[in-house]
Design a binder for this molecule. Structure first.
Ligand code: RP5
Ligand code: MG
Ligand code: MG
Length: 279
């Protein structure tokens, strides 16, 4: 596991809460950190007990490292430790305890659909990058409303939901505004999108996400899958429209210099490697 950086951002998102400074050498739980006593923080949206969030530990003792009813509390990173009834972040210290903005104690499972096409010129020929001389991939990117950063249009796996459905549903909600269009258009979107997501896709990554919402006791994990439109005639023809937690949506060149939310840049690097495209 690599030292998470965004999980140690000085100020916790959507709050004025400060994390305790954790240096690179203090991240790992095996390293001693005398007097480590971070702030315990739960965002009001989680504390008010919405359906998607767990209650406080004490009155509630979930079954960790297993499928707990419909809630999957298993980690892709293996068995995580539970200390004083609370799960410990498998990537180490974050400088903050509690759940912050995350609903679940332990892993919070998401899915990230990486929809790609080749960048082409007017004649439909692939455009090569002037330095790497490799063809350039483009992916559907959304601008998150919560932080304003560009990201993959991913979202949380609902309890009991198949990841394949989460991928399709989140892409439809955030990049095609399936929740906001009239019912007649909704069925058309559904038809087109089922076509693209019918293929199993290429599973790029499964595991821990370095997300700024992570805490010592709650963290994001994802399954990232690449759906590639090789000939530019399936998803490329869909009209993109931002919806739900996305403020904007557009095709963005896959390039190492483009800053992205959480560890999404790393996920795109894996796609670029697989497709032998510019990075
Ligand atoms: C990231 O947060 C995941 O990679 C995924 O893209 C996203 C899911 O959270 P929401 O978009 O539902 O806030 O860690
Ligand atoms: Mg969403
Ligand atoms: Mg989302």
């Amino acid at each position: 596991s690599s030292a998470h950086n965004k999980s140690r951002c000085p100020e916790y998102p959507a709050s004025k809460t400060k994390r305790i400074l954790v240096s690179d050498s203090q991240v790992d739980w095996s390293q001693s950190f005398p007097g480590y006593d971070p702030v315990n923080y739960t965002h009001p949206s989680v504390a008010k007990k919405p359906v998607w969030a767990d209650p406080e530990i004490g009155s509630f003792s979930p079954q960790f490292n297993t499928l707990d009813g419909a809630v999957d509390r298993r980690s892709f990173e293996g068995c995580y430790k539970v200390e004083d009834g609370k799960p410990l972040n498998p990537n180490g210290r974050t400088g903050l305890t509690g759940r912050g903005l995350l609903g679940r104690w332990g892993p919070n499972h998401a899915a990230d659909p990486i929809v790609t096409r080749w960048k082409v010129d007017a004649k439909g020929e692939k455009i090569l990058h002037h330095i790497s001389k490799k063809p350039i991939l483009q992916f559907v990117s959304i601008k998150r409303k919560d932080c304003g950063e560009w990201a993959i249009p991913g979202g949380m796996v609902d309890p009991g939901e198949q990841v394949s459905l989460t991928l399709q549903r989140e892409f439809s909600e955030e990049a095609l505004n399936s929740l906001g269009v009239p019912p007649s258009e909704k069925s058309k979107i559904h038809e087109r999108i089922t076509q693209l997501f019918k293929s199993p896709g290429f599973e790029v990554f499964k595991g821990y996400v370095d997300d700024p919402r992570n805490t010592d006791n709650a963290w994001m994990e994802t399954v990232a899958v690449n759906f590639h439109d090789e000939n530019g005639n399936s998803v490329s023809e869909l009209p993109l429209q931002a919806g739900d937690d996305a403020g904007q949506v557009q095709w963005v060149d896959v390039d190492s210099s483009f800053p992205l939310y959480a560890s999404h840049s790393h996920l795109l690097e894996l796609v670029a490697k697989e497709r032998k495209s510019h990075w």
